[in-house]
Design a protein around this ligand. Structure first.
Ligand SMILES: Cc1cc2nc3c(=O)[nH]c(=O)nc-3n(C[C@H](O)[C@H](O)[C@H](O)COP(=O)(O)OP(=O)(O)OC[C@H]3O[C@@H](n4cnc5c(N)ncnc54)[C@H](O)[C@@H]3O)c2cc1C
Length: 438
């Protein structure tokens, strides 16, 4: 089995990685990625000239525009993270005439809505949504966004049968419970929305850049950013930090470096922000030559298994290749905690991941369902798959008006895509409300 690993390809930092061309897997920054980012290989472009940023994105046809009237010079906001919260926030800022630069440590957009490219032994290309398999919504603002993405062909409803599987009775149950809400997926992969938003007018996206330092310049009333090697990334009027690792001690545990944002600099906020505990999991990617026809559902939660909690059939989603049948299984949090407790937060070795893949697959076979041997099998660790708490209430993001700093992400609202979108929207609206002061 051959896998495209980091280091096989070097992507120039400021290149936007397109789906069709992308020769590498696209992953957000997780513990393992914090470690393995080979920033030395990455050429950092340094400071862009002012002129490059002084283009106007003002489009009189764009609705809901809240133009910055007191200071018409292009305003610049840095968004850290190209997951769904950062991408939604960046898109809304740009629609309001703000010049946005997204910095993303991974090689492409999506964060925990990434899709992963793998190469099988026979050189077959396989794609997996190895993070969020789908999303739902009950929030009207989020639903409005989904309608717009549907109209652009970025999202479609995943209409299949869903339910639960009871590991003790070995029966499918609860068809209603899992099947009630509409389930949406990105087309052709879960990362499609983030990819499209990152390329909208007014947004410059820089992948493979891990922000290592955020400093507030009191005299200039602006932020200066540097990457993890201390290289200058430029000055900005405002900053959006869309990942908890920007202020979390986990950043230090994994990288040995202080988190990019020193909360002591922002005394008012420091009291509001607490360390966000996280829930890990493993994803197991499987590809089969033939459909698993004994399984009547295309997505089901798994009750009463110590190891497995969810299974989704990736190739049954709209817009996916059906040349093989691909499933993604999710481990239980307890199983992942056990492994991390023993092995620590370091990047798991290929041998360790292979053992985990075997163990999870054996559990899948123990369902008693007729499961043939896959021609591709690989595990991925998500060290911070889900935040265990929500840090805000109605505000949906954390905001320092004077310093123009917004902190957003699913951890502010709820541990899902819907919560992340709502938080990104809230962060953008904070800038709009005070854009005349930027
Ligand atoms: C296995 C799994 C299954 C899931 N299942 C579901 C589901 O069924 N339904 C659902 O709704 N949700 C699900 N989720 C949760 C959902 O994926 C997340 O809630 C959502 O994607 C979070 O988006 P976000 O923008 O808040 O964070 P993220 O997607 O994590 O984005 C943050 C981004 O910031 C980047 N970053 C961090 N620090 C830096 C830095 N210093 N410099 C540059 N970049 C940085 C990261 O690389 C990352 O790309 C699942 C998640 C996982 C992992």
């Amino acid at each position: 089995m051959r896998t495209v690993e980091d280091g096989d390809f070097i992507i120039p930092v400021f290149e936007n990685v397109e789906d069709d061309e992308a020769p590498v897997e696209e992953e957000p920054m997780d513990e393992e990625q914090l470690e393995e980012e080979d920033v030395d290989e990455v050429e950092v472009g340094g400071n862009e000239s002012e002129a490059e940023f002084e283009y106007s994105t003002h489009d009189p046809n764009v609705k809901n525009v809240d133009w910055c009237t007191m200071n018409p010079i292009a305003t610049k906001v840095a968004v850290i993270g190209a997951g769904i919260s950062g991408a939604v926030c960046a898109s809304n800022l740009a629609k309001n005439g703000i010049s946005v630069t997204i910095f993303e440590s991974a090689r492409g957009p999506g964060g925990r809505m990434s899709r992963r490219r793998e190469i099988a032994d026979d050189d077959r290309e396989l794609y997996f949504d190895h993070g969020a398999p789908y999303f739902t919504s009950t929030n009207t603002d989020v639903e409005e966004m989904i309608r717009r993405w549907e109209a652009r062909g970025l999202v479609a409803e995943w209409k299949q049968n869903f339910g639960s599987f009871d590991f003790i009775t070995k029966k499918f149950v609860n068809f209603e419970k899992e099947g009630l809400k509409r389930k949406y997926v990105g087309i052709p992969g879960m990362n499609s929305i983030c990819r499209a938003l990152c390329h909208e007018p007014g947004i410059e996206s820089k992948f493979g850049v891990m922000v290592g330092r955020l400093e507030w310049l009191e005299n200039e009333e602006s932020w200066t950013l540097a990457d993890v090697n201390g290289q200058d990334l430029g000055k900005f009027n405002g900053v959006v930090a869309s990942d908890k690792s920007t202020f979390s001690q986990r950043f230090t545990k994994v990288t040995g470096k202080p988190p990019p944002l020193d909360l002591k600099m922002i005394p008012g906020l420091a009291d509001m922000i607490e360390e966000v505990p996280v829930r890990p999991c493993f994803a197991l990617m499987l590809a089969f030559e033939n459909p698993l026809s004994s399984i009547p559902l295309k997505g089901f939660s798994i009750d009463n298994s110590q190891l497995l909690s969810w299974a989704t059939c990736d190739s049954s989603k709209p817009g996916r290749s059906t040349s093989s049948e691909r499933w993604v299984l999710r481990s239980t949090e307890e199983y992942a905690q056990g492994i991390i407790g023993r092995a620590g937060l370091q990047k798991p070795s290929n041998a360790a991941l292979s053992e985990i893949a075997d163990e999870l697959f054996q559990e899948f076979q123990k369902t008693g369902l007729d499961i043939s041997l896959p021609f591709f099998k690989k595990a991925h660790r998500w060290g911070s798959a889900f935040p265990a708490i929500s840090t805000t209430k109605d505000e949906k993001c954390i905001w320092d008006k004077r310093k123009k700093l917004a902190i957003c992400g699913d951890f502010c609202v709820s541990p899902d895509v819907e919560g992340a979108i709502a938080s990104g929207l809230a962060a953008a609206s904070m800038f709009s409300q005070s854009s005349s002061c930027l």
